[in-house]
Design a protein around this ligand. Structure first.
Ligand SMILES: C[S@@+](CC[C@H](N)C(=O)[O-])C[C@H]1O[C@@H](n2cnc3c(N)ncnc32)[C@H](O)[C@@H]1O
Length: 272
């Protein structure tokens, strides 16, 4: 059996995930999907983020200065903000920042500073040891060089780092993949970086605290169709015909609250 080289595996998965999205049936797809995402993360009063905060609660402190990378619409930011002194969010997408601002305002959160910036362009000396916690949630799939990202997080934190990441995919992704491509699903969309991160950190001698968490999500019909299109559209063009197949599938399956899993990993930085 051929031995796996994790860097090669990661590079290939990255390539798959970064394929351009082809959702020709709807010109407004990106904007609508961003709105869906913001609504989804707020489901049940930010259940995912609140559960992640509970998983980190043993280390959190009201005096903490926190750095959050790729905050999106505030999934983790909003529930975390009430447990710490301040959060600085680095978020590169203007659209995500507009949802983040809106959600912070709606929840009356005032201790968050937003840097609309690419994390890779934040200079290391500028943030060295400035924070008690450097965290990212659902961000790893966008990271090309995992070791560089983790080093950069550790550079920024004088105490702890935390990575929260969805663990595995829901059945809808797998079933839809097979239905539309005719091939078996072999993990093309699985956010596996949690175990690569664990591997790297253990190689560096870090002791990693790992918690699994469950959270629930519910989408309406249109949101569910867009959710499926958002990954299938990386492999086939989602035109009117494919959209119909997706709609048919969603109608037959029905809509209900689903439970998903995530993993929360935290560790002390060498200076911590
Ligand atoms: C899938 S979203 C996750 C959002 C949120 N943290 C969550 O848990 O739902 C990933 C976010 O990272 C942002 N992002 C991706 N690459 C980035 C980079 N290099 N610098 C800053 N933000 C980035 C994206 O714009 C997006 O908002």
């Amino acid at each position: 059996m051929k031995e796996l080289n994790w860097r090669e595996v990661w590079e290939e998965m990255q390539k798959q995930r970064m394929r351009p999205l082809n959702t020709g049936y709807d010109q407004e797809f990106r904007a609508e999907f961003a709105a869906d995402y913001s609504e989804m993360v707020k489901y049940n009063n930010y259940e995912y983020g609140r559960t992640a905060v509970v998983a980190l609660s043993e280390i959190l402190n009201k005096d903490f200065d926190v750095l959050e990378i790729g905050a999106g619409p505030g999934t983790l930011t909003v529930p975390l903000a009430e447990k710490v002194k301040k959060i600085v969010c680095v978020e590169s997408s203007e659209m995500a920042v507009s949802y983040l601002r809106r959600n912070l305002k709606e929840s009356q959160v005032e201790n968050v500073e937003i840097m609309t910036k690419n994390w890779l362009e934040v200079s290391d000396p500028e943030i060295k040891d400035r924070f008690d916690l450097a965290a990212c949630s659902h961000f790893l799939w966008q990271v090309k060089d995992l070791e560089k990202h983790l080093k950069k997080m550790e550079n920024a934190s004088r105490k702890y780092c935390a990575v929260i990441q969805p663990a595995g995919r829901d059945s809808i992704v797998k079933e839809m993949w097979t239905k539309i491509t005719g091939e078996d699903y072999t993990g093309q969309f699985d956010p596996d970086a949690d175990y690569f991160v664990y591997l790297i950190l253990r190689q560096w001698g870090r002791l990693v605290n790992v918690r699994m968490l469950n959270y629930s999500v519910e989408r309406n019909f249109e949101q569910e169709v867009r959710y499926i299109a958002s990954f299938i559209g990386k492999y086939v063009e989602v035109d009117a015909h494919i959209k119909e197949i997706i709609e048919q599938y969603v109608s037959e399956k029905g809509l209900r609250e689903e439970t998903h899993s995530a993993v929360a990993m935290r560790w002390q930085t060498p200076s911590g």
